[in-house]
Design a protein around this ligand. Sequence first.
Ligand code: TMP
Length: 215
Amino acid sequence: MNISGNGQRGKFIVFEGIDGSGKSTQIRMLSKRLQDMKLKVYTTFEPTAGTIGTLIRQMLSGKIKIDQRTLAFLFAADRMDHLVNEENGIRKKIDKGELVICDRYYFSSYAYHSQYMDMEWVIHANSLNADTLRPDLTVFIDVEPEECFERIQTNRNDFEIYEKIDIMKKVRTNYLKAFERLRDLEKIVVIDGNKLADHVGDAIFREVMKIIHPA
Ligand code: TMP
């Protein structure tokens, strides 16, 4: 069943974190828990699996060289497509009362691209996206960059351009800066992700419940 009754807006929950912070595991665990409550959950991610997202992945792997400003605009364009495309755009799903969970959204852009450009520029480049849909909740899984780096090294052979320890440290700092900058406009929770996955999952579930069934 949808989370809201007739004519009511759904909820948009976003997960953020540096590479290796355990977002995918936590999204899987949360979706299962919500589905067990008979809620219909749509999970999705950015960069998307669409045309622009696929192009972006080739740039992240280093296969295609790209200027960082152009890459930031591509992410913003991929995001707009994710929101409004006819087939499975998130905006329509939210309007229909669905619960949508997304792995990364515009805070990823603020954190990753402000390594190269002023954060205000990146926020401005995404302003149409923010006007189209602001998350009801952004969950930031905060894990020590050293720990994330170790997890990535253990689990994979191929690395994307941002999967380097100094970049990961910078990105974490940028996330915290972006949260501070936008704290009056956005609902953000920072979850300590250094604990066992089940404990992290419980903390996230409690926060999500406050959004789904406010007291
Ligand atoms: P993933 O590893 O979570 O699939 O994300 C792919 C990479 O894309 C990750 O290193 C973060 C980066 N990214 C940006 O640089 N800007 C963005 O707007 C998004 C959504 C992701």
